[in-house]
Design a protein around this ligand. Structure first.
Ligand SMILES: [Zn+2]
Ligand SMILES: [Zn+2]
Ligand SMILES: [Zn+2]
Length: 136
């Protein structure tokens, strides 16, 4: 992944912090939490800058948020064709019961859910639990 061109494609200015965040997420096999990112970014950016960059990425369809079992937000690069205002992340989120990491896993058939009258589907989230390949 070329972080600078990814930012450009989504109409965002390329700054060192933004590029660094994207590179960390690209290099990490599982979704990362704020705490993970803060730790890895170190002194390069303060907490507010980090939060703001993550929000911007999410709004522009570059990353998506996953809530883990404990309700902690974790972030991962979008693997599908997400764009500003539209996320189409139709994959499974797999949380390991040993290391607690959350992985984005592609699945062949993403379910189509038809809603009863009066219900409006905004987001469908598929979460699985098990043991990841590193802990197996
Ligand atoms: Zn997305
Ligand atoms: Zn694991
Ligand atoms: Zn995901």
């Amino acid at each position: 992944m070329e972080s600078a061109s990814l930012l450009k494609r989504h109409g965002l200015r390329s700054t060192p912090v933004r590029r660094l965040l994207l590179e960390i997420m690209d290099a990490t096999e599982h979704a990362v939490s704020h705490a993970d990112l803060e730790q890895q970014v170190g002194g390069e950016a303060d907490r507010v800058t980090l939060y703001r960059a993550l929000n911007t990425f999410e709004e522009h369809g570059i990353i998506h948020k996953v809530l883990d079992r404990e309700g902690v937000a974790r972030f991962a690069l979008c693997m599908d064709n997400c764009s500003t205002h539209t996320h189409v992340d139709e994959h499974l989120h797999f949380q390991c019961t040993v290391c607690s990491n959350v992985y984005c896993l592609p699945i062949e058939h993403y379910p189509r859910v038809s809603m009863p009258n009066g219900f409006n589907l905004v987001r469908l989230s598929l979460v699985a639990e098990g043991v990841c390949k590193r802990c197996n």
